[in-house]
Design a protein around this ligand. Structure first.
Ligand code: AMP
Length: 218
């Protein structure tokens, strides 16, 4: 299965992806995680991406398309879930071209739909582990010990791009540049499932599994 997960920042893409890849044995490819890793490693790519990321803007298409094409090449035959990519129509068409060159295509697009106001509330409470990337929420998904990662004891941080001002920019970027990707897939007769992501994560994943189980059965 080759899946694209679309949705605004804070719609729960990362959480849902982890559950999907575990159930179906797929590779989780998050463009945001790959970029953050490049920054930690201090690569040229990481340095270039930094300014864009910290202001809530998108990293230029060409950089992202090459980076993701490399990552997709390493995916197992079982398939992958793309999380945070494609985020522009241009990225979507480039992705389709590189998959077609390998006789592949995206099988399904899951579109997580969420209200902006809920995104703002969720992001305000979001805390991440700078070491392992685990994500918590101070209201809805607390770590066992306040302010500390359950996995490795690292002090949790608020990602710089989760601050209120940057979240507003990220939402604007999403509406302007990423929402047209949904129309692109709908017009190209791909299978697109709209999922109500205002619900609890458990309810959302149940909806997602119903759709994907049906697809997996063929
Ligand atoms: P995310 O963790 O997916 O919200 O991504 C964090 C940031 O990384 C975004 O706000 C962008 O600056 C950058 N980024 C991630 N994926 C992409 C992409 N597909 N295209 C352009 N920029 C991206």
């Amino acid at each position: 299965m080759r899946i694209v997960l679309l949705g605004a920042p804070g719609s729960g893409k990362g959480t849902q992806c982890k559950r999907i890849v575990t159930r179906y044995g797929l590779l989780h490819l998050s463009s945001g995680d790959i970029l953050r890793q490049q920054r930690v490693e201090g690569t040229e790519l990481g340095k270039t991406a930094r300014t864009y990321m910290d202001s809530g803007a998108l990293v230029p298409d060409q950089i992202i398309v090459e980076m993701m094409a490399d990552a997709i090449m390493k995916a197992p035959d079982a398939g992958f879930v793309l999380d945070g990519f494609p985020r522009t129509v241009n990225q979507a068409t480039e992705l389709a071209k590189s998959l077609a060159a390998a006789n592949q295509k995206i099988d399904v697009i899951l579109n997580l739909q969420i209200d902006d106001q809920l995104v703002v509330e969720r992001m305000a409470g979001r805390r991440s582990c700078p070491q392992c990337g685990a994500v918590y929420n101070i209201e809805r998904f607390k770590p066992k010990v306040e302010g500390v990662c359950d996995n490795d004891g690292t002090k949790l941080i608020q990602r710089p791009d989760d601050s209120a001002e940057v979240v507003a920019n990220r939402l604007e970027t999403y509406h302007l540049q990423t929402e047209p990707v949904i129309d692109y897939y709908k017009k190209n007769s791909s299978t697109v499932y709209d999922i109500d992501a205002n619900k609890d994560a458990e309810e959302v994943i149940a909806l997602v599994f119903v759709k994907l189980d049906a697809l997996a059965r063929g």
